[in-house]
Ligand binder design. Structure first.
Ligand code: FES
Length: 81
């Protein structure tokens, strides 16, 4: 299992309004349920000028765009399951 990555979620107003507001809780819950809270750094960042492709989430070196709930769960599973 990959367990030393960092999750960075865009908290800029565009991404926040378009879903990241809720995805913060989904990610927190996922990390809790999988005992990853001590292994993964989870933090927010400001707008990275990718609003048109948002909501944006970064895991490790990979940026993910146009996140929806289903895609978010798949990405978490791919990276951490
Ligand atoms: S608000 Fe997220 S990229 Fe601009």
């Amino acid at each position: 299992m990959e367990n030393h990555k960092e999750i960075v979620i865009c908290m800029g107003s565009s991404c926040f309004a378009r879903g990241n507001k809720n995805y913060v809780e989904i990610i927190k819950k996922y990390l809790n349920e999988h005992n990853l809270t001590n292994k993964i750094t989870f933090k927010g960042q400001l707008c990275s000028d990718n609003c048109s492709k948002g909501p944006v989430i970064q895991i490790g070196d990979t940026e993910y765009f146009e996140i929806d709930e289903q895609k978010l769960k798949r990405i978490l599973h791919e990276n951490f399951a």
